[in-house]
Design a protein around this ligand. Structure first.
Ligand SMILES: Nc1ncnc2c1ncn2[C@@H]1O[C@H](COP(=O)(O)OP(=O)(O)O)[C@@H](O)[C@H]1O
Ligand SMILES: [Mg+2]
Length: 253
């Protein structure tokens, strides 16, 4: 049975989408059948793996709000073992629509049950909030990866997210666990980075991934080419770092 992992953090701009795309593509690259689900109305994971949003027939919005068969929303990418369920801006409406439906927390879980045997890994790129979409993702996941940047308020945000994970665990999904905390956009020359890492190690040493993702221009330009980093710049440091994370993830869950 495939493992389902949400990439979540209520803060925007911390590297959720970049990490979801590149971990998913790296898993595919090493032979794991992988599905990337774009759960952010901005649709950056969709375009990041080379899918044009215009003219899409079915998206995750249809699956969650309309009862569309999830099989119909899966699109193959041109990358090894990597499929995607896309999203568009229409998904922004789902937050409100789902609140009005009873037990809608389980929509994602119920849909994924139909396909989880078809994949080794299902990676969900969550939006930057703890609303109904993220609750749906976490209620249907085995694990959560928390990408975070080394900044002053990171630890505060992290404890809030940990509380949400506990709440989901007690109300909707007792098997949910924190698979790992992933430091992104790391810059070893910044004193603040070192201080935040120090604090993180005090409180969450068992959760931190052993590799950190350093700042990389190649990584930030790759989505513009619709390519994950392991295809855009396969020999570069960022590709190696995300490959290491994918392997560590596969050992952890
Ligand atoms: N390691 C990195 N080095 C340089 N830029 C990065 C890195 N990780 C992410 N970015 C850039 O930072 C911005 C925010 O990242 P993104 O993955 O979209 O965050 P989120 O999904 O959490 O909002 C994007 O422009 C992305 O290209
Ligand atoms: Mg994002």
């Amino acid at each position: 049975m495939g493992k389902i992992i949400s990439f979540a953090n209520q803060k925007g701009g911390v590297g959720k989408t970049t990490s979801a795309i590149n971990v998913a593509a790296s898993l595919g690259y090493i032979g794991k059948k992988t599905l990337l689900i774009d759960l952010d109305p901005q649709g950056n994971s969709t375009s990041g793996v080379g899918i044009t949003k215009k003219g899409l027939k079915k998206t995750i919005y249809d699956v969650l709000t309309d009862g569309t068969d999830i099989h119909e929303a899966i699109i193959a990418t041109k990358f090894d073992n990597l499929s995607v369920i896309p999203s568009t801006i229409a998904l922004a409406g789902a937050e409100l629509e789902l609140i009005e439906i009873e037990n809608s927390e389980y929509r994602m879980r119920d849909a994924l049950n139909l396909i989880r045997d078809d994949f080794d890994y299902i990676i969900i790129d969550c939006p930057p909030s703890l609303g109904m979409l993220t609750v749906n993702a976490l209620s249907g996941s085995d694990g959560v990866v928390i990408p975070m940047q080394c900044e002053f308020y990171a630890l505060e945000g992290l404890s809030q997210l940990m509380n949400t994970v506990s709440r989901i665990r007690s109300h909707y999904n007792e098997k949910l666990s924190v698979t790992g905390i992933l430091i992104t956009m790391y810059n070893a020359r910044l004193l603040l980075s070192l201080q935040v890492i120090n604090e993180m190690e005090k409180h969450y040493s068992d959760k931190l991934f052993s590799t950190m993702i350093t700042r990389s221009v190649r990584l930030s330009e790759a989505p513009g080419f619709g390519r994950p980093i392991c295809y855009h710049d396969p020999k570069g440091k960022a590709a190696q770092e995300y490959m290491a994370i994918a392997k560590e993830l596969a050992e952890r869950i």
